[in-house]
Ligand binder design. Structure first.
Ligand code: 3HC
Ligand code: NAI
Length: 692
């Protein structure tokens, strides 16, 4: 049973009990209907209270059941709501904590609703690419009015229950014990007839057509590739313009259309992917974590400063250690400036500004940081410097302190080997700007202790990052894959593309930025530095020389005022560069390549399938735990379009057989060796499976 039934005096209490958030899956729905029959058949029962056990009233329909027969199996949520709404005895929803989606729709089907203050009330379906499908778009406008309901449905944003007091959504806000209050309320109205139904309320909005048209225009302009927000407006419009049951039918049809859409599947994939990423098969969920009350960061440069800000934003004190006072002062001044900018934009109160700036202090002394619970090293990317730092940390840090490195390319196991406590060493690979980017790759060394991983995963949530665990390899998950993408981008230039053509093709697919604009933003010298090392370490790996030629001209990107594109002073807009395009054409000629016209389809396939194939190798080698982890890395750290769900999800939507067929075609071209499909992908395709 996913609901409990109890009678207390004349009042029956139905408590939904489907942890963690009382999702309205098939078993919960069945249990509610069965409990309702008991209550209706019992003459002693005068009124029925429905509530949720644990940490939610209800988080809504069980998303895990979507696209499975259980989602629509009877009793459907519509049936449950009909049973409540048409009951001959009053039904009261007793709402607390979380009342979202189908949970709110269920409450709206009750005759009365009481709630505690602080409950989060939302119809968040739009964030999953769908719309409320059990009457929410028809009933919410009837209790909150057209404008407020439309805003809540189109944005999906939760509103605190006390902010909705005084609307027809709540009959009472309960101070003190919810169940006592709800039962007292139930006794008070037990004999009231007729029973009020939300569906019978009239929506009064003068000139609603003008408002709806304005909403359509605004929402269309803001919803990008996602169809759901505009459909939300259509469903709400039906609440005003149609009879209740006709409106319900329109809502239902739109819901069914959206639930099948790739955009919604991608959003649901990201929802579960984010949560799955915090779980490791061999690290039990109840693994005790180490307390983190004080943080130290070694190196207050580009990354160190941003890393420190994350902790201050979460209320945790941070010390930054530098070697020289000058560098320390510079680092602290940049942090202060960042906070000042946020303050000036009105995004930070004076109190928060003071608090955050006050939480970050500087030091030149290792002894001063010895008591920190975690120390994150962000010094120069040279093994010799890392060795010095980690040997020193091993000497001074208290036992049990976590020793983390922000290295982006070095071997975390080698770094751990500089200490006598490799089990305490872990990689924490932040992305630049570290105070903004959501991704945190957590690099698991061979000896990293399980409680260290559990602690860093929990910490990533605390600082509002998406933590994804990667094994040790060159580039970890994200950069190892992007290297294959960049290689293809370079080859495309030699074969016939311009940087602008490649960028535009990828941006049309939904990427925030194509590879060449990205290079200009991040600095083309970084890749040049890495390639020079690779030419020695891995001479068999081929690259296009165009990027090296560009760097030899000193065109490192925006920071030098010129890169793949030209830039005007004070303007970040890229302008196609004749000089660069001539250089590329000359290079093709030097290589004896007949430049050809290359389609956008070829461009995007080559770039994305290069990511996918490397992702498949990464899965095969166990560097990533699951395909959705790779997708989370790309969605949160590399600007992969959310509505396409990440590279591995995207490959699944294309079909792995199709991906392999395309790869086989490209294998016949130049650098064909890059297109050998990963055996793991070939196996999945042969079994008719996908990555996810
Ligand atoms: N169905 C199934 N599982 C759900 C769920 C849901 N609606 N909502 C949350 N969960 C699960 C999560 O997957 C997670 O599971 P895990 O522990 O196995 O990883 C667990 O509940 C806890 O979730 P969070 O980590 O997000 O916990 P929080 O306490 O931070 O947040 C929450 C709780 C506010 C409910 C948040 O989970 C949330 O926003 N959930 C989505 C709510 C939603 O979108 N509801 C609408 C569903 S669609 C619908 O109702 C259709 C209807 O209109 C017909
Ligand atoms: P940076 O050059 O901006 O900053 C390094 C800072 O460390 C300087 O302020 C320097 O004075 C200080 N420092 C050097 N040696 C030190 C020592 N022995 N003790 C104390 N302080 C010392 O470098 P950046 O970009 O911040 O990179 C730091 C680390 O983060 C590197 O390992 C890098 O690979 C990694 N990283 C960089 C990213 C980026 O986009 N810049 C992204 C992800 C990781």
């Amino acid at each position: 049973m996913s609901a409990e039934y109890q009678v207390s005096g004349n009042i029956a209490v139905i408590t939904m009990n489907n942890p963690p958030v009382n999702g309205l899956g098939h078993s919960t729905r069945s249990a509610i209907v069965e409990s309702m029959q008991l209550a209706l058949n019992d003459d002693a029962v005068k009124a029925i209270v429905i509530t949720g056990a644990g940490k939610a009233f209800s988080g809504g329909a069980d998303i895990k059941e979507f696209n499975s027969p259980k989602a629509f199996a009877e009793p459907s949520l519509h049936t449950v709501i009909n049973v409540l709404e048409n009951a001959s005895k009053p039904v009261i929803a007793a709402i607390h904590s979380v009342c979202m989606g189908g949970g709110l729709e269920l409450a709206l089907g009750c005759h009365y609703r009481v709630a505690t203050a602080g409950a989060q009330i939302a119809l968040p379906e739009v964030k999953l690419g769908i719309l409320p499908g059990a009457g929410g778009t028809q009933r919410l406008p009837r209790v909150l009015g057209l404008e407020m309901a439309l805003n809540m449905i189109v944005s999906g944003t939760p509103v605190a229950s006390e902010k909705l007091a005084g609307t027809a959504l709540f009959n009472e806000l309960i101070d003190g014990d919810l169940m006592q209050g709800a039962i007292a309320f139930a006794n008070k109205i037990a004999d009231a007839r007729p029973l009020p139904r939300v569906r019978d309320i009239k929506i009064d909005y003068p000139n609603h057509e003008a408002f709806l048209q304005f909403s359509r225009n605004t929402v269309r302009a803001m919803s990008g590739p996602f169809p759901a927000p505009l459909k939300c407006v259509e469903a709400v419009a039906a609440a005003v313009t149609k009879k209740f049951d006709d409106g319900l039918k329109i809502e239902r049809d739109l819901f069914l259309e959206l639930v099948q859409s790739t955009e919604s599947k991608a959003l649901r994939h990201a929802f579960f992917g984010e949560r799955a990423a915090s779980k490791l098969p061999d690290v039990p969920e109840d693994t005790p974590t180490r307390p983190i009350k004080a943080v130290a960061v070694i190196g207050g440069g580009t990354m160190g400063g941003g890393i420190a800000m994350n902790f201050a934003n979460a209320g945790i004190p941070v010390q930054i250690l530098e070697m020289k006072q000058e560098a320390l002062d510079k680092g602290l001044a940049i942090i202060r400036k960042n906070y000042e900018n946020t303050f000036k934009k009105g995004k930070l109160t004076q109190e928060k500004f003071d608090q955050r700036v006050g939480l970050i202090t500087g030091t030149l002394s290792y002894e001063a940081i010895a008591d920190a619970d975690i120390v994150i090293e962000a010094v120069f990317e040279e093994m010799g410097v890392k060795e010095q730092v980690f040997k020193k940390l091993d000497e001074v840090m208290k036992p049990g302190a976590i020793l983390a490195s922000n290295t982006s390319t070095l071997d975390v196991d080698v770094i751990a080997g500089f200490t006598k406590r490799p089990e305490d060493v872990v990689g924490t690979h932040f992305f630049s700007p570290a105070n903004v980017m959501k991704l945190l790759e957590i690099v698991r060394g061979k000896k990293t202790a399980k409680d260290v991983l559990a602690t860093v995963l929990a910490l990533s949530k605390k600082i509002k990052k998406t933590g994804v665990v990667s094994g040790v390899c060159d580039g970890f998950i994200g950069n190892r894959m992007i290297e294959q993408y960049s290689r293809q981008a370079g080859f495309l230039l030699e074969e016939g593309c311009t940087p602008e053509q490649v960028d535009k093709a990828v941006e049309k697919l939904g990427f925030a930025m194509g590879p060449f604009r990205m290079g200009d933003l991040a600095g083309n010298d970084i890749g040049w530095y890495i390639r020079k090392r690779r030419y020695i370490d891995k001479p068999h790996v081929t690259y296009s020389k165009t990027a090296d030629l560009l760097c030899e001209l000193g065109r490192f990107g925006q920071k030098t005022g010129a890169g793949w594109y030209d830039y005007k002073p004070g303007d970040r807009k890229p302008y196609p560069s004749q000089l660069v395009n001539d250089m590329i054409i000359q290079h093709s000629a030097d290589l004896g390549i007949d430049r050809r016209k290359i389609s956008d389809q070829e461009i995007t396939e080559r770039l994305i399938y290069a990511l996918v194939n490397e992702g498949a190798h990464i899965l095969e080698e166990g560097i990533a735990t699951r395909a959705s982890d790779i997708d989370m890395v790309y969605l949160t750290g590399y600007g992969f379009p959310l509505h396409r769900g990440g590279p591995m999800f995207y490959a699944d939507t294309v079909g792995l057989t199709n991906v392999i067929l395309a790869m086989n075609k490209y294998a016949k071209g130049r650098h064909g060796d890059a297109w050998k499909p990963a055996p793991f992908m070939v196996k999945l395709a042969a079994e008719g499976k996908g990555f996810n």
